[in-house]
Design a protein around this ligand. Sequence first.
Ligand code: PMP
Ligand code: GLN
Length: 402
Amino acid sequence: HARRLEGVDKNIWVEFTQLTADYKAVNVGQGFPDFSPPSFIQEAFCSAITGGASMHQYTRGFGHPALVKILAKFFGRIVGRDIDPMEDFQITVGAYQALFCTFQALIDEGDEVIIVEPFFDCYQPMVKMAGGTPLLLVCQKSTGPALSSADWVLSPEELASNLNPRTKAIVINTPNNPLGKVYQRDELQMIADFCIKHDIICISDEVYEWLTYDGAQHIKIASLPGMWERTVTIGSAGKSFSATGWKVGWAMGPGNIIKHLKTIHQNSVYHCATAAQREYDTFGTEDSYFKQLPAQLHKKRLRLAECLRSVGLEPVMPQGGYFMITDISSLQVDLNDPSTKDEPYDFRIVKWLIKEKGLATIPVSGFYSPEHRGNVQNYIRFCFVKEDSTLKAAEDIIRQWS
Ligand code: PMP
Ligand code: GLN
């Protein structure tokens, strides 16, 4: 095998998705809705399929023209500038491939990339596969009982701590998976000042941009002065419209950066499914699903938190996204599965929950680098973008086991 594969073969989704299926566990683990997308999206998809021969054939490799035009108009209003539909987007197979193209296009052998822990797990292996070195910064939990994702803070000292001439980029994720942290304007400004001062590119993963609660506001770092020029913003139609299986995502940024992502894309995937790019013609025009979904999720979030509290667990209230982490150190569980004895405690608990209790969650240390997992073994992640019946089934299990 190629050397670039060394140390990147393990993947929590591969492992826990399989285990969840094997044990037919109630799934509040992997982040996808178990309900259908809104009907206007389904109808648009159907009309794309019956809408003529061209929808079944290749389209423009960098993105179906109608889609990039809509995205440019839509995000142009949000970022507060003219966005060029043809130059400033690459449409990808989900946000996942947008991230992959970004690292491949911008990171050279030996370049360093700052990743803020906890992070969506693919950043580290993707940086390594591009030949880069991940520089891990910890988003610290402030002292005292942490009850909100806002309690995790990235300090300016931490940010500047490992900077060196090979530091090329920083990856941020707001709202964050798994914490639910939504970066506030002053935190984003601190990161922006840092990027501008040291000539660093910002890769901003914003796949949960529409999901914020209790008045938290999602801000695009690309909208801050001087940041459009150096930011690649990653988005996901799958996450935005509850259609994760269609795998439509994008990278948005200045044409002089995006053109390099296009080179990676044209030499690998080349082209994403045409019909899957068509249904988003309704982007932003409906009585906005971007408002309906968070309103619906807000209730599910409170319901899950209530359930966890009722059994003595202390959930960390997320300001955004569709995940909730909770400390499980108070649980007294007799873990006698020898097959997991060398694994972090949260991995062991999650496996025990799947195998013995039929409940699937995700261990939070999976969102830390393997080197740091030992220090963060007491949290598991629940996903609440699920039918009420699924949440009820999860609640029944939690109440019984505790
Ligand atoms: N970034 C984050 C933070 C995610 O949680 C996910 C979830 N899959 C992705 C990127 C990838 O999104 P997509 O399904 O559009 O590939
Ligand atoms: N983003 C989702 C999660 O965090 C799914 C990840 C994946 O399937 N790779 O659960």
